[in-house]
Ligand binder design. Structure first.
Ligand SMILES: Nc1ncnc2c1ncn2[C@@H]1O[C@H](COP(=O)(O)OP(=O)(O)OP(=O)(O)O)[C@@H](O)[C@H]1O
Ligand SMILES: [Mg+2]
Length: 251
């Protein structure tokens, strides 16, 4: 069975960082191949993973749309789009990366979107694990183009504003009746002890606390040096914290 982990939360709270570390953890844990999906139009999961992104689903969709579906002779629209999609995957060691890219402009994309949906569903079967880095607004979750999810990390920093965003996402998910096996809050850049006001607010929301990730000075250094997080030392605090968070999914 493919394990699907999705990461959501307010902008800038560390979703992409934690998604990249989760990919690393699946790969190092031998749950390969992994498919990393960057579902943020301002995609940067590639940077965090340390791979160059030169093609996205959004570009392919626009190209196809602008050509009004003109396809080589003897080929159906479906198989042509399928072929183009197969060229989008970026292959790395132990995982592939699929970048959704910019969202659709005005126009009717129903045909393409249906193909995309069936493509990503078929694609998922080829992998042992999927990690989906979502955009802060969760637009595509509200458009229901997401898969069934095993685990959803709702990421927040140690702020009430971050928690309020978590609450909104929680309510959105409940109203859409999305299939999510287990969900909970991950506090990133957390102090050693959470503030009681923060903990009380979290209890009020009613979501379990899955764990915390401390401030890791290595992350700032790697960001400045444009290094992928696969190169972080194993004993880096963020790596270890994510490893602990991942243990239910690696067993
Ligand atoms: N635990 C941490 N310790 C130190 N720095 C961190 C930590 N987590 C994330 N950061 C830094 O915070 C910044 C924002 O992180 P990141 O890009 O992962 O957030 P995001 O939620 O994906 O943002 P966006 O909403 O813009 O996609 C990055 O520079 C990252 O290196
Ligand atoms: Mg991000």
């Amino acid at each position: 069975m493919t394990k699907i982990l999705a990461v959501a939360g307010k902008g800038g709270t560390g979703k992409t960082t934690l998604a990249a570390l989760a990919v690393r953890s699946f790969v190092r844990g031998g749950r390969t191949p992994v498919l990393a999906i960057d579902a943020d139009p301002n995609s940067n999961l590639g940077e965090s993973l340390g791979v160059v992104v030169d093609r996205t689903i959004g570009d392919t969709r626009e190209d196809f749309f602008e050509q009004k579906g003109s396809v080589p002779a003897g080929m159906s629209k479906e198989s042509y789009l399928d072929m183009r999609l197969n060229q989008i995957l970026i292959e790395a060691i132990g995982y592939d990366l699929l970048v959704m890219g910019r969202q659709e402009g005005p126009g009717c994309y129903c045909f393409i979107n249906n193909i995309l949906r069936s493509y990503s569903e078929r694609l998922a079967d080829n992998y042992k694990a999927l990690v989906v880095d979502n955009e802060a607004g969760m637009e595509h979750i509200s458009r229901r183009t997401t898969y069934k999810i095993d685990t959803l990390w709702m990421v927040t920093d140690h702020s009430l504003r971050g928690l309020r965003a978590v609450k909104r996402i929680h309510e959105l998910i409940q109203s859409l009746k999305l299939r999510i096996e287990s969900r909970g809050v991950v506090v990133n850049r957390a102090p050693a002890t959470l503030d009681p006001v923060f903990t009380a607010e979290l209890q009020e929301i009613g979501l379990p606390l899955l764990g915390t990730v401390p401030e890791d000075s290595n992350l700032g250094v790697y960001d400045m040096e444009r290094r992928g997080l696969f190169d972080l030392p194993n004993d880096s605090v963020s790596v270890r914290a994510v490893q602990t968070l991942m243990s239910p999914m690696l067993s």
